[in-house]
Design a protein around this ligand. Structure first.
Ligand SMILES: [Zn+2]
Ligand SMILES: [Zn+2]
Length: 573
């Protein structure tokens, strides 16, 4: 198979990473990265360019040596230099880069100064504070390492959308079965975490025996690990463990609270109980041997003097203190959303037409839908140039005349170029209702460069929203290196919004970033980045993530009617 441009980009970036870890000449490292950017930005396939006899040395940053290497990759699909380099570099260092989300420079420093070569050693060093003691490593990086290395590798956890599919199917299989009273899926699923490990289901029922039968015979079960009177454990494909526990009605609230977690939240609540001489566990709330509560979660919280805390907040990130002080946020709900601000159609890489997308949005009861096609830089998706965008705008004007109480917003997902400039001129952007600006290429810039690039894009007064601000793909691609605090401070100062991309593969901003945005006064757009009709449904994942980030209706721009939202956009100021 002929090599694609992205094969070349990947090989060159890996060369640069490994050379950097190895402490090679910075100019050489830079040369590979520059060449990778150049190739990534090409509108044509390099193999085809070579076949046409084009000289790669005409391209910026490509000399004789690199042109030869590109030709070799196109011919063979590989680069022997890379294989040699991989043999010379400790494999653990390469793994470290992926796990801890650190750049090669930092990995090299950790290796040189602490002699660390495994993920476990790195975790221990971070836990002991030895990372933050290094020059140029703050406590923030140390925390990031602890988070990155403390959890099981992300790939072992199921994305929320797939967890939901399994959980709801099993719950539906149990619900309505004779004798079953209540079914609730607890755990991180109920907290709407972006990925879910095991599924924990709780039931109250009259005939546990029959229910366990029903559960273990569910069609999706690939293995029964345990079958008991009140608890059974099965594996459903692909390797997801599901526990079903039958609990007495008087314990249901306590069990639900206990199994919803998080552990850290539960500990904080139990501590409050201890102060009141109460013992709280999955069976109930006890004073001595006497059960004094636990039928509902409200009762559990009430016994320790707290109002009900929404599951999405239960991460021990200040929710217990806020509850005690009567300062819990009134979290945004799916029904607060009045429209979607990020969608593609068949004109670029979407699967449904403009008319179909509009009809689906209206059917959801939306008041508006922003059509944000890619711009020309995203050539793989047939991104729009100025002329196609103008034609599209006319089409939207015509369609809008046929609608009542609904409008398509003339918009674009304009590409943020390497230097932070935008892929379409201001005169064009100024004619639109709304502009989303996103990074799609050169995701591997240094933190300084990537941050500066996005800040420059935000300097453009026509940019209303920065799309998927970290570019991560859950279980697939790490976020790009970006200084989120600087980004948010700049967004707040400029009145620019940040996107919470509701696509279950993305969900960035993440929960912590959402909270940060709220605290810093940055408004959020929750958008699905829909590429077909069905994707519009993804809004629920975005709202779940927003709730985890403490967001209220006011924090999210698309909870407003269009005229009101329009006033919030910086272009009107
Ligand atoms: Zn995008
Ligand atoms: Zn998009």
């Amino acid at each position: 198979m002929p090599a694609t441009n992205s094969d070349i980009v990947e090989i060159f970036n890996r060369m640069a990473d490994l050379l950097e870890i190895g402490g090679d000449n910075p100019f050489r490292v830079r040369a590979y990265r520059t060449a990778a950017w150049t190739v990534a930005a090409l509108p044509h396939n390099v193999t085809e360019m070579l076949a046409r006899g084009e000289d790669l040395r005409d391209l910026p940053g490509i000399g004789k040596d690199l042109a030869g290497k590109i030709a070799e990759i196109c011919r063979t699909g590989t680069l022997p230099d890379l294989a040699a380099l991989e043999r010379r570099t400790p494999a653990a260092l390469v793994a470290l880069m992926k796990t801890a989300g650190l750049g090669p420079k930092r990995i090299k420093m950790i290796y040189d100064q602490l002699g660390i070569t495994t993920v476990e050693e790195l975790h221990r060093a971070a836990a002991e504070g030895r990372i933050s003691a290094l020059r140029g490593f703050g406590q923030k990086i140390e925390r990031q390492i602890l988070e990155g290395t403390g959890q099981p590798p992300a790939a072992e956890r199921l994305q929320l959308i797939w967890a939901e599919e399994k959980a709801e199917a099993i719950a539906a299989h149990l619900r309505g079965f004779p004798g079953i009273d209540r079914i609730m899926v607890a755990g991180s699923y109920r907290r709407r975490a972006e990925t879910v490990g095991d599924l924990d289901i709780l039931a109250t029922c009259e005939a546990p025996e029959a229910v366990m039968d029903r559960f273990t015979k569910y069609g999706g079960v690939s293995r029964v690990l345990a079958r008991g009177e009140t608890r059974s454990t099965v594996i459903v494909s692909p390797g997801v463990q599901v526990d079903l526990r039958v609990v007495p009605a008087e314990s249901f609230g306590a069990a639900l609270h206990y199994f919803t977690g998080s552990k850290a939240h539960n500990i904080a609540v139990r501590k409050l109980g201890v102060r009141r001489k109460l013992k709280i566990n999955e069976y109930g709330v006890f004073r001595g041997d006497e059960r004094v509560g636990g039928r509902t979660e409200e009762e559990v919280f009430g016994m320790v003097g707290l109002p009900f805390i929404e599951p999405e907040l239960r991460e021990n990130r200040g929710e217990v203190e806020a509850a005690a002080a009567g300062r819990l946020p009134k979290l945004i709900a799916l029904t607060d959303i009045r429209g979607d601000l990020h969608a593609h159609t068949t004109a670029t890489d979407g699967r449904n037409t403009l008319e179909e997308m509009a009809a689906a949005a209206r059917e959801r009861g939306y008041e508006y839908l922003a059509i944000t096609e890619h711009s020309k830089r995203v050539s793989m998706a047939h991104g729009f140039d100025a002329a196609r965008l103008a034609a599209r705008n006319e089409e939207i004007d015509r369609l809008n005349e046929t609608f009542d109480g609904f409008r398509l917003l003339k918009s674009i997902e304009v590409d943020i170029l390497r230097d932070g400039s935008l892929d379409l001129p201001d005169s064009i952007l100024g004619e639109l209702d709304l502009v989303v600006a996103s990074v799609h290429y050169q995701q591997n810039l240094s933190r300084e460069e990537q941050t500066g690039r996005i800040l420059r894009a935000m300097d453009n007064p026509w940019v209303d929203i920065v799309g998927h601000p970290t570019g991560r793909l859950i279980n697939e691609r790490l976020p790009y290196e970006v200084d989120m605090e600087r980004l948010m401070a700049a967004a707040a100062a400029r009145g620019c919004c940040l996107e919470l991309n509701a696509h279950p593969d993305r969900l960035d901003l993440n929960d912590v970033h959402c909270k940060m945005a709220k605290d810093m006064g940055v408004k959020i757009a929750i958008s699905t980045d829909s590429h077909n009709l069905g994707n519009l449904e993804f809004m629920r994942f975005g709202v779940g993530q927003a709730r985890r980030g403490w967001l209220e209706k006011e924090d999210v721009i698309n909870t407003r009617p269009w005229p009101e939202m329009r006033k919030l956009l910086r272009r009107r100021k």
